[in-house]
Design a protein around this ligand. Structure first.
Ligand code: CP
Ligand code: NVA
Length: 302
């Protein structure tokens, strides 16, 4: 593993290795055991979109590993004024030990990896959000004990989160169902990927069909970063149907858990009632961003 560009690039064993290391790092942190595995190393963090969790968890994670992180907003970088990513990659490779990037086009992340000579971590693109889903998988194992035999369901927009969730859940042997409106399906590459898992994947426009006998619920906002202009139109399509609420949860297993990458829009994709009833899982999931990303950085940069 040289980079983390998408989840598809990781095998089941590679994902499990990251999750096992993440569990170990979480234990060490909770027990005050020093784990300076990246002493003297520097991570550059390029942000072309907003962030709360990703920025703070990477920065704190790097500090806890004995290294240092640099917050590089595209508003201040020359990249924001049009300096090509090919050049930025070659320059930053001479200063840093790793780059984390959050941006729009997946191609930009791929180019950074192609032209640079240091590990690149995808911290969200329009196509996928692998770091988030590693934390999600870690949380599922924490709450459910194992992956085998579980059914996951995603309700809503077939966006970056949906794309990575489908890959992560199928890779680890879980069944996956998605309910999304027509025209808002996951990326065609992801639908192609699901063909490797016959009988394990289901796509429907009916949330009640998808949620039947589910063990793990996922959802995400109806309009992602960069889609602000479509928010009203999307609301009309999703409202009243693509929402995790107690009625929908009643067709799932009674001990089903609920995950949300956050930020959440209460009463849109999830009711306040369900959100608060499952706050334990949702905020453990947010915490696990820290541990999972530390594991990724150690795997790539140590
Ligand atoms: N879930 C997530 O990536 O959150 P931020 O946008 O706050 O980083
Ligand atoms: N789909 C959301 C995820 C945010 C973490 C977005 O891209 O805005």
């Amino acid at each position: 593993m040289k980079h983390l560009l998408t989840l598809e690039q990781l095998s089941k064993d590679e994902i499990l290795e990251i999750l096992n290391l993440a569990d170990q790092l979480k234990f060490q942190k909770k027990n005050g055991i020093e784990h300076h595995l990246l002493k003297g190393k520097t991570l550059g963090m390029i942000f072309q979109k907003s962030s709360t969790r990703t920025r703070v968890s990477f920065e704190v994670g790097m500090y806890e590993l004995g290294g240092q992180a640099l917050f590089l907003s595209s508003r201040d970088l020359q990249i924001g004024r049009g300096e090509p990513v090919q050049d930025t990659a070659r320059v930053l490779s001479r200063y840093l030990d790793g780059i984390m990037i959050r941006t729009f086009a997946q191609q930009e992340v791929e180019d950074l990896a192609k032209y640079g000579s240091i590990p690149v971590i995808n911290a969200l693109t329009d196509y996928c959000h692998p770091c988030q889903v590693l934390a999600d998988l870690m949380t599922i194992r924490e709450f459910k004990g194992a992956f085998e035999g579980l059914k996951c369901v995603y309700i809503g927009d077939g966006n970056n989160m949906a794309n990575s969730i489908i890959v992560g859940c199928l890779r680890l042997g879980m069944k996956m169902a998605i309910a999304c409106p027509k025209g808002y399906e996951p990326d065609p590459h992801i639908l192609e990927f699901t063909k490797n898992y016959p009988g394990m994947f289901e796509m429907t426009s009916d949330p009640f069909v998808a949620a039947k006998d589910a063990d793990v619920f996922f959802t995400d906002v109806w309009a992602s970063m960069g889609q602000e202009g479509e928010a009203l139109e999307r609301k009309k399509v999703f409202e009243g149907i693509y929402q995790i609420n107690s009625k929908l949860m009643s067709v799932a297993h009674s001990d089903a858990m609920v995950l949300h990458c956050l930020p959440a829009h209460r009463e849109e994709e999830i009711t306040n009632e369900v959100f608060e009833a499952h706050a334990a899982e949702i905020f453990e999931e947010a915490e696990n961003r820290l541990h999972a990303q530390k594991a990724v950085m150690v795997k790539l940069m140590a």
